[in-house]
Design a protein around this ligand. Structure first.
Ligand code: PAD
Ligand code: ZN
Ligand code: ZN
Length: 375
């Protein structure tokens, strides 16, 4: 039995930014009080992992084990863990839910105050790490770290899901799918018959499209500079797609014309501040709502004329689509099992952990939506 012992296993370690990941033998310490050790089964590669590797999210410390879109099976639990036991299927929560803080108690917020997003301590809640490699301490990433055969999670960062869920698909509910879907349903609250535009048609943007469709939007316009993304976007619900490179005039002018006075809702799913500004401008100047979903570089600033908001527009944002992880993720998995939405269309590639750098290359080349790594 491994319970109570250090586990030696493989992990993809990021030693420094702007370098390929390296597959290493690491040691994973047993879970302490209110912690859970998980054997990973599947994890997606998200653009946010790449933002860290590229150095664009500069506060993350190295060496680190990245990855935050994971699903696995509980290997052992530490003292005090009540509702999770070895053998349970779980999804990792990069946006945790402690259930006790001011924001967890507010039904309007999912931004648990214990979240490591933005702070990037790289540690477990008790301020220590469970990972070592070659005698060095390795940082955790936003309470998850899924690019490893075994990881340790604080109980607040674990959602227990039903036993019959296919982990190689529902891992997307751990980040990309839920972020996009929730941005449409929870953050924008898209109304039936409305007009929507989704800027950036990667795994997150496509999930916004799915959410807009479920909400009954009449028009869902996909916007991407890579026209190769259009076929899949239409397959999951986009009613038309446009490429800003094919127009001389600014894209918000084009969208204003297509929608007779501006969109009801727009979503920025790229992480580019000038696109955020044009997504806002493309909404109706009085009743439009624009949602920031993409993660911009740490140092970036958004340039806006206040008049664009003064006339009545709403600018919003959300992490993880506004979902409270432990409450909502099991329900999202149940909705998937009940065929309320599909995830297959979002998964473009499957690779073993050992080929993780190939997965990042596919993302850089614009060829992948989601690459799911298996173990
Ligand atoms: P992705 O890289 O797969 O998709 C981005 C898409 O945007 C690609 O299809 C690009 O071709 C397209 N694109 C790039 N530049 C432009 C441009 N100027 N105009 C139009 N299209 C363009 O990324 P993803 O879908 O994995 O993630 C998208 C963003 O969402 C990224 O910034 C990621 O960090 C962020 C994210 N946020 C959360 C959250 O909780 N808010 C969660 C997960 C991901
Ligand atoms: Zn992500
Ligand atoms: Zn909390």
């Amino acid at each position: 039995t491994t319970a109570g012992n250090v586990i030696k296993c493989k992990a993809a370690v990021a030693w420094a930014p702007k370098q390929p990941l390296s597959i290493e033998d690491i040691e994973v310490a047993p879970p302490k009080a209110h912690e859970v050790r998980v054997k990973m089964v599947a994890t997606g590669i998200c653009r946010s992992d790449d933002h860290v590797l590229s150095g664009s999210i500069s506060s993350v410390k190295f060496p680190v084990i990245l990855g935050h879109e994971g699903a696995g099976i509980v290997e052992s639990v530490g003292p005090g863990v009540r509702n999770i036991k070895p053998g349970d299927k779980v999804i990792t929560l990069f946006q945790p839910q402690c259930g006790e803080c001011r924001n967890c108690l507010d039904p309007k917020s999912n931004m648990c105050l214990k979240s490591d997003i933005g702070k990037h301590t790289g540690m477990m809640l008790d301020n220590s790490s469970r990972f070592t490699c070659k005698g060095r301490l390795i940082q955790h990433f936003v309470h998850t770290s899924t690019f490893t055969e075994y990881t340790v999670l604080d109980e607040m960062a674990v959602a227990k899901i039903q036993d019959d869920a296919p982990l190689d698909k529902v891992c997307l509910i751990s980040c990309g799918f839920s972020t996009g879907y929730g941005s449409a349903l929870n953050t924008a609250k898209v109304k039936q018959g409305s007009t929507c535009a989704v800027f950036g048609l990667g795994g997150v943007g496509l999930s916004v499209v799915i959410g807009c469709k479920v909400a009954g939007a009449a028009k869902i316009i996909g916007v991407d500079t890579n026209s190769d993304k259009f076929a899949k976007a239409k397959e999951v619900g986009a009613t038309e797609c446009i490429n800003p490179k094919h127009y001389k005039e600014p894209i918000h002018k084009v969208l204003e014309r297509l929608t007779e006075g501006g969109l009801d809702y727009s979503f920025e799913c790229i992480g580019n501040t000038s696109v955020m500004a044009s997504a806002l401008l493309s909404t109706n100047y009085s009743c439009g709502t624009s949602v920031i979903v993409g993660v911009a570089p740490s140092a970036a600033e958004l340039n806006l004329n206040p008049m664009e908001i003064l006339t009545g527009r709403t600018l919003k944002g959300a992490i993880f689509g506004g979902w409270k992880g432990r409450d909502c993720v099991p329900k999202l998995v149940a909705d998937f099992m009940a065929k309320k939405f599909e995830l297959d269309g979002l998964i473009s590639h499957r690779l073993p952990l050992q080929k993780i750098n190939e997965g990042f290359d596919l993302l850089h080349k614009g060829e992948s939506l989601r690459t799911v790594l298996y173990f």
